[in-house]
Write a protein that binds this ligand. Structure first.
Ligand code: DX5
Ligand code: ZN
Length: 212
């Protein structure tokens, strides 16, 4: 299992200094894009990702919490995303969107909100590279983990084993040293934001999570 660090709660004026504190012990950076429409908050857009791309060779795990994600795929590809994850709830034709993302030769992920049942994804699982289970209602960092996510990642792991699928199972929201052990045997990639970013010593917290 690997950790993908969400920068949502970072001090954006000091982003480089902060990232330098722990970038050498991770491979994935989780980039939360919010539009104030699909979710009730606005974060950042492609300009920040493009600036970070010049400074970082980490895997850019872009999480689009936006309406009409299909309109912005090429923008976020050009900004430097290595994987783009969109929300099942935000699009009419998720399979077409997966194929469209693949046409840019990057990875395609799909995410579901806490209130969406996981089996809506069944027919998409052979095609997708990553499934992101939301363990908070998307929109804000620092929320509490919603336990119904545990059954969803268990289900996905079973589906992977039964069918030989290769997608990564990821979880996002409220992940810390107490909650990660609830899902660590089922997920490939755990997103953690405020627990790492707000710590005096992010590297120490990351090492703690990696051993859960
Ligand atoms: C929530 C975001 C998450 C969030 C994670 O809408 O998608 O990635 O930033 O932050 P924590 O770990 O603070 O819940
Ligand atoms: Zn996220």
């Amino acid at each position: 299992m690997e950790i993908s660090v969400s920068i949502l709660s970072i001090d954006y004026a000091n982003i480089k200094q902060k990232l330098d504190q722990f970038s050498n012990c991770i491979h994935y950076l989780h980039l939360d894009v919010m539009d104030g429409n699909f979710v009730p908050n606005i974060s950042f857009g492609p300009a920040l990702i493009q600036s970070l791309r010049k400074e970082s060779s980490l895997f850019f795990d872009t999480h689009l919490m936006i309406a009409h994600p299909e309109k912005f795929i090429s923008t976020f590809v050009e900004a430097g995303s290595d994987c783009i994850t969109f929300h099942y709830e935000a699009t009419q034709d998720p399979l077409q969107l997966i194929q469209y993302i693949h046409s840019f030769h990057i990875k395609a992920g799909i995410s579901i909100n806490p209130d969406t049942p996981v089996d809506v994804l069944d027919l998409l699982l052979p095609y997708v590279d990553l499934v992101l289970i939301m363990s908070v209602h998307p929109g804000y960092g620092g929320q509490s983990f919603i336990p119904s996510a545990i059954n969803k990642v268990q289900y996905l792991k079973r589906m992977k084993e039964e069918h030989g699928y290769s997608f990564l199972i990821s979880i996002d929201g409220g992940i810390n040293d107490q909650t990660l052990p609830l899902v660590s045997s089922y997920v490939d990639l755990a997103v953690s934001g405020s627990y790492i970013i707000n710590a005096a010593n992010p590297e120490e917290k990351l090492k703690l999570l990696m051993h859960k």
